[in-house]
Design a protein around this ligand. Structure first.
Ligand code: ATP
Length: 400
């Protein structure tokens, strides 16, 4: 192992990480899943995992592409970690196969899966080892030559900005710094696929947000494919190229964050990603793409768009994001959906206010309003009679 000076010196140099070319910036047209000519780097093929009688993963088929930042998202117990652990080799599918880069790895032990490395939720750092020895651990296990290990460790420390902590032990680091050491240790092995199980779980909200951008920077710099497990929908929305929303061991929806937010496939997904108002009704008329939905509990009807696959009389749910619902003191005159109600709660959050409005059906509908003007006076208050309004194309018609 190099002395402090040489490591620190190396750590001060800009990172020269080269396992793959840079990941395109998020605003680019990076969407390999849309390209039929592209092969996935990871494929789960009809994978089922049972623990005794309990089905933890049910017939999952999923493709992940090189240089994606892919998030497995869902509530506790839905099977996210089990799916990740099967990819790492710590669990074996009961049925189905797993492929990495076209090769069937289902029967390989974790140490034989050289393209894959996992960063554990607990960080699993060795308390008696310094930061640099922790980072080099996996490389020593692999029997790598000493000078090559030193170079890799220095490179990983530079990337994670850990140079000045090289000689510290884990207990002399903050939670965020320990997380960076764990990430550096995993990155140092230069895996093609990095698996992260709730990597930011131990951090407070502020640090967590910073760390999300850090993860994105590292993923972009190294060009590694990241698969992250998280139960935090904001985190998944921030970091991921695509998200798989899971429900009781099944993949409920796989899409980009924007697609999942704007066009969730079901009430479950709409509720899991962000806040949503849902009106239950029946299709009463279809005119081209315009759909009339009767809302019996509110004794009203709405117009929405998206008639594909719908039939008259079908039960549907109209889902509306709070920021698409506008709130007025008088009935709007424009041709839009508009319903009256009474304000039962106002939440002032500085930049925006939330209005909870009780409507004819008895349900509470949430509207968001940006506080654009600098004032502490709010013209809509508790107990006010108001009107809620949204354009015809603002809602999503859900059939399940
Ligand atoms: P969390 O966010 O709480 O970690 P998760 O979505 O990652 O949850 P998993 O850890 O994948 O969920 O577990 C999925 C289900 O499988 C849970 O009901 C869990 O109790 C069960 N399970 C996981 N491992 C085992 C095991 N070794 N034996 C029996 N049941 C298990």
């Amino acid at each position: 192992m190099a002395g402090n000076a040489s490591v620190a010196e190396a750590a001060a140099k800009p990172a020269a990480y080269t396992p793959a070319s840079r990941t395109p910036a998020p605003q680019s047209n990076f969407a390999p899943w849309k390209d039929p000519a592209k092969n996935p780097i990871v494929r789960f093929e009809n994978v089922t995992k049972r623990f005794g009688d309990f089905v933890a993963i049910k017939d999952c088929t999923l493709d992940i592409y090189e240089r994606e930042f892919f998030a497995l998202l869902g509530p506790s117990g839905c099977g996210k970690s089990t799916l990740l652990r099967m990819l790492a080799g710590f669990e074996k599918p009961t049925e189905g196969r797993i492929f990495v880069n076209g090769k069937d790895i289902t029967d390989l032990a974790p140490y034989e899966r050289t393209d894959v490395n996992m960063m554990f939720q607990s960080y699993a750092l060795f308390p008696h080892m310094t930061v640099e020895r922790n980072i080099g651990f996996g490389l020593r296990q692999d029997g790598m030559e000493k000078s090559a290990i030193e170079a890799r460790v220095a490179e990983a420390m530079a990337l994670l900005e850990l140079g000045k902590f090289a000689q510290r032990k884990p207990h002399q680091l903050s939670g965020g710094q320990q997380q960076r050491v764990a990430l550096a240790r995993a990155i140092a092995k230069k895996p093609r696929i990095m698996l992260l199980d709730e990597p930011l779980g131990a951090l407070d909200k502020r640090l967590r947000q910073q760390a999300q951008f850090e993860l994105m920077r590292i993923q972009e710099t190294t060009g590694t494919t990241f698969v992250i497990v998280t139960h935090d929908q904001e985190e998944a929305m921030t970091v991921a190229s695509r998200i798989a929303v899971m429900n009781h061991g099944e993949l409920a929806h796989i899409a980009t964050p924007g697609e999942i937010y704007e066009f969730p496939g079901s009430r479950y997904v709409a509720n899991f990603i962000g806040d949503v108002n849902i009106f239950e009704g029946k299709v009463s008329a279809i005119d081209g793409n315009d759909v009339t939905i009767d809302w019996p509990s509110g004794n009203d009807s709405f117009t929405a768009q998206g008639s594909a696959g719908l039939t008259i009389g079908q039960q549907v749910w109209l889902a509306m994001r709070p920021e698409k619902v506008r709130i007025f003191q008088t009935k709007p005159t424009e041709a839009c959906n508009a319903i009256p109600g009474k304000v039962v709660d106002v939440g002032y959050l500085g930049s925006i206010s939330h209005y909870h409005v009780k409507v004819a059906s008895g349900q509470q509908v949430t509207a968001l309003r940006a506080n654009a003007a600098q004032t502490v006076e709010h013209n809509i208050k508790w107990d006010d009679d108001v009107w809620l309004e949204w354009p015809y194309d603002a809602g999503m018609i859900l059939t399940k």
